[in-house]
Ligand binder design. Sequence first.
Ligand SMILES: Nc1ncnc2c1ncn2[C@@H]1O[C@H](COP(=O)(O)OP(=O)(O)OP(=O)(O)O)[C@@H](O)[C@H]1O
Ligand SMILES: [Mg+2]
Length: 247
Amino acid sequence: MIKITNLTKAFSNQKVLDGLDVAIKKGEVLALVGASGAGKSTFLRSLNYLEQADYGSIAIDDFKVDFQKISREEVLELRRKLAMVFQQFNLFERRTALENVKEGLKVVKKLPDTEATKIAKEELAKVGLSDRENHYPRHLSGGQKQRVALARALAMKPDVLLLDEPTSALDPELVGEVEKSIADAAKAGQTMILVSHDMNFVYQVADKVLFLDKGRILEAGTPEEIFKHPKEARTKEFFANYTKTYI
Ligand SMILES: Nc1ncnc2c1ncn2[C@@H]1O[C@H](COP(=O)(O)OP(=O)(O)OP(=O)(O)O)[C@@H](O)[C@H]1O
Ligand SMILES: [Mg+2]
């Protein structure tokens, strides 16, 4: 069980996260949707301390930290438990796909080379890239690079995978292969928090959807409830733009 309590963050005078309480069960895919500027990225970034929340805490099983007084050791532990995949792939350009996936296993998990190689190869195979192990990022397509980034995150066996618009920088024809890999990981039981503007994908993959508006959860429910029977006027308006495409 992952429990986020009272997550609060302001930039200057603007409140971006307004005391959010969120619980996620093991194996669940939680999707965060909402308009641009609603606070979705700030939420994810605050969870693994790329941003420092003003208040709030996260509990991952027995590991509990208060973001206001988090220690350096706790930050490292938190980042071992949460892996993030960004919109941009953030791969090491001078390392091959395999070396990119091995990096965290060796540096963070301190695994011996043979074991890191074995795990990295398995994860690359899961995202369909066994034949690209020795390619450098510049010789990979955007979709392949993002699958390497996904393999790298999954190789760390994170308690929660954080995905911030993982397909929105891709050419449309490459979106499907990345979404398939994410859906495969979800089916295999990986707990995730997904931020996406791709409502078809959210509808397919999410167990629960939170609609965020000005740093608050305006509505929460299953994809069915939120997409097809939104209650709040703001949510109705937001989804009115999407209903045509998937219902
Ligand atoms: N480092 C920062 N300094 C100042 N303001 C920021 C910073 N990061 C985000 N903001 C502001 O916080 C608000 C929420 O931003 P955030 O990036 O979390 O939104 P988002 O929901 O991810 O939007 P999008 O869908 O466009 O990615 C915005 O008004 C943004 O301008
Ligand atoms: Mg964002």
